[in-house]
Design a protein around this ligand. Structure first.
Ligand SMILES: O=C(O)CCC(=O)C(=O)O
Ligand SMILES: [Fe+2]
Length: 213
C-alpha cells in the first residue's frame, strides 16, 4: 500500500531529469541556479561565521603524506557539516540535497545511502591539483557535488576555476567551470579527473559526495 502511494506521489522534475540526462551522456552536469542568490547569501554567512570561529582545518588527501606534500597538492581548509546539528541555512541546503537524492534513488536505482559535505575555503594563492575523488580501496563515492558560495560580483579574473578532464578514448578535453555563486557541479566521482586552478582571492564553496552503502 505504501509503495502504491509512493508511486502515485511521484512527480517528474525537469531540473533533476536534466541532471540525470547530463550525467548519463557526459558524466557531469552544471546547474546555474540550483541555489538562489539569497540562499547562497545565508550559506555564505554560515560558512564565514564558522571560519571566523577558527573551526576550519587544513584539508588532507586521505593518506599519510606529510603536510608539505599535501600543501603542494591542495591548499584549501575545510569544515565538515553535521546534518544532525544543522543550522537553518544548512537545513535548507540539506532539504534540497535530500530531494535530489530521493529522486535519483527512485528513478536511477543509484542506491545512495550516505552523503558527506564540507565547507571549503581556498585562501588566496591556493589550488587543488588534478585528482580523482575516490580513494584506493573505497569506491563508495558515486557522485561529487560542488556548490559555490562566492560573492555575486565574482570575476573570471579571480581564477579558481574548476577544470574537468573529460576522457574520450584517451584524448582529454578540458571543461572549464567558473565558481559563480549558486552554480552547482555534479560529476561521477570515480571517473572524472579534475583540478581547481590557483585563486587570486578567497574562494568559498560546499563540496560533498553521494555514496553507496
Ligand atoms: O571546489 C571545486 O571546484 C572542486 C573541489 C574538489 O575537487 C574537491 O574538494 O575534491
Ligand atoms: Fe575533487
Amino acid at each position: 500500500m505504501n509503495q502504491l502511494f509512493e508511486s502515485l506521489s511521484f512527480v517528474e522534475n525537469p531540473l533533476y531529469e536534466r541532471i540525470i540526462e547530463d550525467i548519463l551522456a557526459k558524466q557531469y552536469s552544471v546547474v546555474e541556479d540550483f541555489f538562489l542568490l539569497d540562499e547562497v547569501a545565508v550559506l555564505r554567512q554560515s560558512l564565514l561565521d564558522k571560519h571566523e570561529e577558527d573551526r576550519f582545518k587544513k584539508a588532507a588527501i586521505g593518506n599519510h603524506l606529510n603536510e608539505t606534500i599535501v600543501k603542494s597538492i591542495r591548499g584549501d581548509v575545510i569544515l565538515w557539516i553535521d546534518e544532525n546539528k544543522a543550522n537553518s541555512s544548512e537545513m535548507l541546503f540539506f532539504s534540497k540535497i535530500n530531494n535530489l537524492v530521493d529522486y535519483l534513488n527512485k528513478t536511477c536505482f543509484l542506491g545512495i545511502m550516505h552523503k558527506e559535505f564540507h565547507y571549503a575555503v581556498y585562501p588566496t594563492g591556493t589550488f587543488y591539483k588534478r585528482h580523482i575523488d575516490t580513494f584506493q580501496n573505497d569506491d563508495r563515492r558515486k557522485l561529487s557535488f560542488v556548490c559555490y558560495l562566492n560573492d555575486e560580483d565574482w570575476q573570471v579574473e579571480n581564477g579558481g576555476e574548476l577544470v574537468l578532464y573529460l576522457n574520450t578514448n584517451g584524448q582529454y578535453e578540458e571543461k572549464v567551470i567558473y565558481p559563480f555563486p549558486g552554480r552547482v557541479v555534479i560529476f561521477e566521482s570515480q571517473i572524472i579527473e579534475h583540478e581547481v586552478k590557483p585563486v587570486n582571492t578567497e574562494r568559498l564553496s560546499i563540496t560533498g559526495w553521494l555514496k553507496t552503502r
